[in-house]
Design a protein around this ligand. Structure first.
Ligand code: AMP
Ligand code: MG
Length: 418
């Protein structure tokens, strides 16, 4: 038997980062930048108003006071999206809206609330033009002015190659006018279920048959990780059929099969895998998910996950997810984890690393993990209630109720204290 780490290392050695491609901006969410992004413009492009109010010469307002306001002549109105050639000369002001470029010779914006206009219930309902405005509070030079380039300077590297794109990064790219980004391509991941007992969704079951659930759980994991699933359906345990399906997988970047890799299984699957490509069958020191196949079908790396639904999902998290992340150019394949107090005890019978399905919740400043029920690898519903996999290490015979364990997080718990 090999360790989880050794198996992962061998998988990662066999997959490569995919080539970059230009993709529409919104589609790149979750992908990794393959270019340094250099700003070609200042953001904001011009000095502009940070408040609705009056663009003034600060020096004009020095003497302003609630009881002896300074009166300025209003010479223009300026909304966001427009510029003006009108200059703010001594004793004048331009009525200005947030985001509008600061007019020439103005160096401050007095917000409505510090003028006689602010005394009205709703300044927005004021008639646009008025003769004069009374300034009630002195303004310092630069007050309520956002400077050109204050956020991003032209020539600056805003985002570096290797950055994972989140909503904030997409927003910054959009602020530079970019409608596309160069990112490492998402892998096309073929998903094939094997087994004579499997029936496609939507068809009636005959005795002895079950629905093909793995394809959907695995394809969903592929998509969640950032890959593009390609559902190849079901291959019965017949050489010709399996061979035909495996050939369909050649155009994919990764092939994931489920089933047919355990000890007592039909040799046909193993033989076909071995004859059609190179394959190694591993026994990995983990539970669930001991049997695992890894190899290539032509140019395509192939991960053969066990058939039991929980084993398939857990081995996906341990091996397929890191492979997909590496292909997408990500540097960190680790699942986030927390230390949590396990409410129930659990035993380790054969020296494998046990991944227990658990629900983690936050209690005060601590995390508490509770097992989601029976832990058989065929109990798919033990995954539905889980947001984490609690680890019972290979060298621990048992964990007692109330002991601390490491939990790999599949999702984050809502903080019930907030
Ligand atoms: P195997 O690894 O092929 O021996 O399968 C182990 C167990 O997982 C058996 O009980 C199978 O019926 C079940 N199984 C295999 N493939 C699937 C699948 N695609 N969906 C649901 N259960 C499956
Ligand atoms: Mg089978």
């Amino acid at each position: 038997m090999i360790s989880v780490e050794a198996a992962l290392q061998r998988v990662l050695e066999q997959v490569e980062q995919l080539p970059p491609e230009e993709a529409p901006l919104l589609e790149t969410l979750g992908q990794v930048l393959a270019e340094d992004v250099v700003a070609h413009l200042d953001v904001p492009p011009l000095d502009n108003a940070a408040m609705d109010g009056y663009a003034v010469r600060a020096a004009d307002t020095t003497a302003a006071d609630e009881h002896s306001p300074v009166s300025l002549r209003v010479i223009a109105d300026l909304a966001a999206g427009y510029t003006t050639d009108i200059v703010v000369g001594p004793g004048t002001a331009i009525r200005i809206m947030t985001g509008a470029p600061l007019p020439a010779e103005a160096d401050a914006v007095v917000q409505f609330e510090h003028t006689d206009e602010g005394r009205r219930v709703n300044p927005r309902l004021e008639p646009a033009r008025r003769e004069n405005v009374a300034i009630l509070v002195p303004a310092k030079s630069g007050l309520n002015v956002r400077r050109a380039g204050e956020d991003i300077r032209a020539g600056q590297v805003v985002l570096r190659r290797g950055t994972a794109l989140r909503p904030a990064e997409l927003g910054v790219l959009a602020s530079l006018g970019r409608s596309t980004a160069l990112v490492y391509r998402r892998p096309l991941v073929a998903v094939l279920s094997t087994g004579d007992e499997l029936v496609p969704l939507g068809q009636p079951l005959r005795p002895g048959q079950i629905y093909n659930s793995n394809s959907y759980a695995i394809a969903a994991q592929v998509r969640r990780t950032g890959g593009v699933p390609l559902l190849l359906g079901i291959a019965r345990d017949l050489p010709e059929e399996l061979i035909a399906r495996l050939h369909e997988a050649r155009r994919a970047d990764l092939l994931i099969t489920t089933g047919g890799v355990s000890m007592g299984d039909f040799d046909v699957v193993k033989n076909v895998l071995a004859s059609e490509g190179e394959v190694t069958f591993w026994r990995v020191r983990m539970k669930p998910g001991k049997p695992l196949a890894f190899g290539r079908i032509g140019p395509t790396p192939h991960l053969g996950l066990p058939g039991n639904p929980v084993s398939a999902m857990v081995t996906f998290e341990m091996f397929a997810r890191p492979a997909i992340l590496k292909m997408m150019g990500k540097g960190n394949y680790r699942k986030p984890s927390v230390r949590a107090t396990l409410e129930q005890g659990a035993r380790n019978t054969d020296g494998r690393r046990v991944y227990l399905r658990a629900y983690v919740r936050k209690v005060g400043d601590d995390f508490v993990a509770s097992l989601t029920g029976p832990q058989g690898s065929h109990i798919a519903t033990s995954m539905t209630g889980a947001n984490g996999l609690a680890i019972l290490p290979e060298d621990a015979a048992e964990v007692r109720p109330g002991e601390r364990v490491q939990v790999l997080m599949l999702d984050w718990p809502e903080d019930e204290n907030l």
